[in-house]
Ligand binder design. Structure first.
Ligand SMILES: [Zn+2]
Length: 247
């Protein structure tokens, strides 16, 4: 019989985790279920347990230790893509263990997708880095504090399911608010420096930063919130003409 791990991997590769009903925990395998969950908790997570090096190895995969689910906070744990409470047979399958920050891990909790559209992105199986799908605009305001509004928009060539999944991913992990807050703080920190540039030099600088971050997937890429922020700032004539002073 095909192992639970390989069934999972085949399903994950074709966005069909919702079809994995066969390996879902059943009441009659309570003992196995508890055993596998305990294996993860006692033999992988604790510092001196035999499987801890595997746990650490998986956690250290993301470049610079940044959580691949939010792209912002630090990796602190491993998230079970399919929760161990429902899929004990996948409790210790490496490809079901995604390095994550505590917030993303907590947000995702034990949700189980029931349709293809309900799968959040998985860094092992979903490469969505070749197209831009995160965008932002500057909320230009002279009365209220200005802000950066992030949103997603799928490229025309993507299928409906992937378009729905990026939207779900963005909403589930609260990325518009997370990125908006960090962007506003970053811009406040640049205000003094930008004040030394004329509008032409400022546009050049902002556009150059967007290009530089976009050029390297390992340090950002097309969809990194900083790249998207610089792109939005460079295209806002309001910002360049003095709007930056209001952040
Ligand atoms: Zn995260």
């Amino acid at each position: 019989m095909e192992s639970a791990t390989s069934q999972y991997e085949r399903a994950a590769a074709r966005t069909a985790l919702h079809e994995l009903t066969e390996i879902k925990g059943k009441p009659d395998d309570h003992v196995d279920r508890e055993e596998l969950k305990a294996t993860y908790k006692s033999r992988m997570v604790p510092g001196k347990s035999p499987g801890h090096h595997v746990y650490n190895q998986l956690k250290s995969v993301p470049r610079h230790g940044i959580c691949p689910l939010c792209g912002q906070r630090l990796v602190e744990t491993l998230d079970h893509q399919l929760p161990k409470s429902h899929f004990p047979l996948l409790a210790v399958s490496p490809t079901n263990l995604v390095p994550a920050c505590s917030s993303c891990n907590w947000i995702k909790s034990s949700t189980v997708p029931e349709r293809p559209e309900e799968q959040t992105l998985n860094p092992y199986f979903d490469d969505v880095s070749s197209h831009q799908w995160v965008f932002a605009t500057v909320n230009e305001s002279e009365t209220a504090p200005p802000s950066i509004r992030y949103y997603v928009k799928a490229p025309a060539e993507w299928n409906r399911v992937l378009a729905a999944r990026i939207d779900l991913h963005f909403r589930t992990f609260g990325l518009a608010d997370l990125y908006g807050a960090h962007a506003a703080q970053e811009i406040s920190g640049m205000r003094f420096f930008l004040g030394n540039l004329d509008s032409r030099a400022m546009s050049h600088y902002l556009g150059g930063m967007a290009e530089s971050i976009a050029a390297n997937n390992e340090t950002g890429g097309l969809n990194h919130w900083r790249r998207v922020m610089y792109q939005a700032l460079a295209s806002s004539s309001w910002f360049v003409a003095g709007g930056y002073k209001r952040f």
